[in-house]
Design a protein around this ligand. Structure first.
Ligand code: B4P
Length: 203
């Protein structure tokens, strides 16, 4: 399975990604985690990314794409992967589609959550980039740059078992307990899989 979890900061992408990867045997690729590891290691890439992350802005595409390409080129990614926090804008999505070619993404799960619940969760998490003003900026960046991916993936379709076409995107409610949200994702994936005939995506 090749899957994207899409949603605002704090929707629980990282939380659910771990569960979904464990359940389906997928490689978990979180650009947030890869970037934080690069910052911690003090690499050139990490040093360049740090100021963007601290302010809640997107890190430049060239840096993020270098990390993603390196990870997706590893042999274990052949068996399926989950992209968590990537792509974050349309140009990253276009670069991904080009890189993947025939290994195209099969499902996109959009996790929807209200701003006030997001702020509450992230203030509770208490990461360095989880101050209220940085969170509000990340929400604005999400609306401006990432939310257009909802329509982008909604418009992409895969062929169903009886020849009809279905959107790649499924939207789920990310409000509720971690178990409830996980069950909704599992339902979205099984309805997507039962609809697909295995042929590639098209627009
Ligand atoms: P990310 O690391 O992607 O982080 P996130 O969006 O804040 O969190 P996520 O949605 O994964 O929420 P989580 O499960 O942790 O991004 C950080 C920064 O990296 C970005 O601001 C940007 O600068 C940079 N970056 C990353 N990818 C990039 C890209 N592709 N391009 C450019 N820049 C990029 O959950 C949040 C909290 O909620 C946790 O405390 C969790 O325990 C709690 N929670 C989860 N589910 C819950 C539930 N159901 N109920 C109650 N609480 C819940």
């Amino acid at each position: 399975m090749r899957l994207i979890l899409l949603g605002p900061p704090g929707a629980g992408k990282g939380t659910q990604a771990e569960r979904v990867c464990a359940a389906h045997g997928l490689v978990h690729l979180s650009t947030g985690d890869l970037l934080r590891a690069a910052v911690k290691a003090g690499s050139d890439l990490g040093n360049e990314a740090k100021a963007f992350m601290d302010a809640g802005n997107l890190v430049p595409d060239t840096l993020v794409l270098a990390l993603v390409r390196e990870r997706l080129d590893q042999p274990d990614a052949e068996g399926g992967f989950l992209l968590d926090g990537f792509p974050r804008n349309v140009s990253q999505a276009e670069a991904l589609a080009e890189d993947l070619g025939a290994r195209a993404v099969e499902s996109v799960v959009h996790m929807k959550l209200e701003d006030e619940e997001i702020v509450r969760r992230l203030l509770g998490r208490g990461r360095k980039d989880d101050t209220e003003s940085v969170i509000r900026n990340r929400l604005q960046v999400y609306r401006d740059e990432t939310a257009p991916l909802i329509a982008y993936y909604q418009a992409q379709t895969v062929e169903g078992q009886s020849g009809e076409r279905h959107s790649l995107l499924r939207t789920i409610d990310a409000q509720g307990s971690m178990d409830e949200v996980f069950d909704r994702i599992q339902d979205a994936l099984s309805s997507q899989n039962s609809n697909q005939s295995g042929t590639g995506a098209s627009v």
